[in-house]
Ligand binder design. Structure first.
Ligand code: C2E
Ligand code: CA
Ligand code: CA
Ligand code: CA
Length: 278
């Protein structure tokens, strides 16, 4: 039994070492990824539920690792946050997304809204507002065309978050609350924060046609958004059945594989050009 215990222990440390080595490799790779041009932004359309018109796009980062291949954001964003690399990476994302949005606006898609995910660590940087301002002036993107997607972890600390949100609003930037319903949902911040949009998390949408409870939650969020005069977007919409339930409940916009996966800029360009309803 003693031997077995020892072996188990060794096996465990080997696993641990392996995991730590992997993590360190990822971190080393992450440090070089920007300068090596390994990141790319993909864009996913957001569509009016009743109009069918494209209202905006969400920028989603992709990492093309030279050896591993495509690394999903859920595998490297947390590491980037932990190491602080999210700060330079986050500004790179904002800059590239703003440049791209400006290009599309110049082609005549005037009202296109560019939604960019902001990590809490980036939002908490003392120079965050100034950096957003700089990026807007350098790229020429009108503030009203930029929407920042914040998660509930950001708004967890209302005392520090509120003034930052108010400064961004004063600049004309739009604010969206992402993954709504999954976090530390305190409804009180919904009325105190200057939000424009609520995004219903895809975990509530997935079984909306099968699970009466999920349907009830989604209906409640949509009704709440209506009474608070907020735009409401459902994410992760994959089927016509899901869309029709959202339509019955007057959800404003949707996003999901049903319309399009996140695609490269040139593919989104084609969607914009062919999507005459815009
Ligand atoms: P999120 O902000 O909630 O983004 C939505 C995720 O749902 C994206 O995953 C998107 O590809 C996926 N998705 C879209 N439509 C569907 C659908 O119909 N069905 C399903 N099952 N999934 C769908 P992705 O791109 O892997 O990103 C995962 C998370 O990583 C994001 O969740 C966000 O939290 C983070 N992330 C991605 N890009 C960025 C970024 O540029 N900056 C920051 N800070 N975080 C990012
Ligand atoms: Ca998002
Ligand atoms: Ca989400
Ligand atoms: Ca998320």
């Amino acid at each position: 039994a003693k031997e077995l215990g020892k072996n188990n222990y060794q096996f465990f440390t080997a696993e641990m070492n392996n995991m730590m080595a992997k993590k360190m490799n990822l971190e080393i790779g992450l440090r070089k990824a920007i300068e090596n041009h390994e990141f790319e932004l993909y864009y996913q359309p957001q569509i009016g539920v009743n109009t069918g018109k494209m209202t905006g796009v969400e920028a989603l980062i992709r990492w093309n690792h030279p050896e591993i291949g495509l690394v999903p954001p859920n595998d490297f964003i947390p590491l980037a946050e932990e190491t602080g690399l999210i700060i330079p990476m986050g500004y790179w994302i904002l800059r590239v997304a703003s440049q791209q949005a400006k290009k599309w606006i110049d082609q005549g898609f005037d009202d296109l809204r560019m939604s960019v995910n902001i990590s809490s660590r980036q939002f908490q940087q003392p120079d965050f507002v100034a950096a957003v301002q700089t990026i807007l002036s350098e790229t020429g993107l009108p503030a009203k065309n930029l929407e920042l997607e914040l998660t509930e972890s950001i708004v967890q600390n209302p005392k520090s978050a509120l003034p930052v949100m108010e400064q961004l609003k004063a600049m004309g930037v739009k604010l969206s609350l992402d993954d709504f319903g999954t976090g530390y949902s305190s409804l009180s911040y919904l009325r105190s924060f200057p939000l424009d949009t609520l995004k219903i998390d895809k975990s509530f949408i997935r079984y909306i046609n099968e699970e009466i409870k999920d349907e009830a939650i989604v209906k409640t969020i949509i009704n709440m958004a209506h009474s608070l005069k907020l735009n409401v977007i459902a994410e992760g919409v994959e089927t016509e059945e899901q869309l029709s339930l959202l339509s019955d409940n007057d959800c404003h916009e949707f996003q999901g594989y049903l319309f399009s996966r996140p695609v490269k800029a040139d593919e989104l360009q084609e969607i914009l050009e062919n999507h005459k309803a815009y």
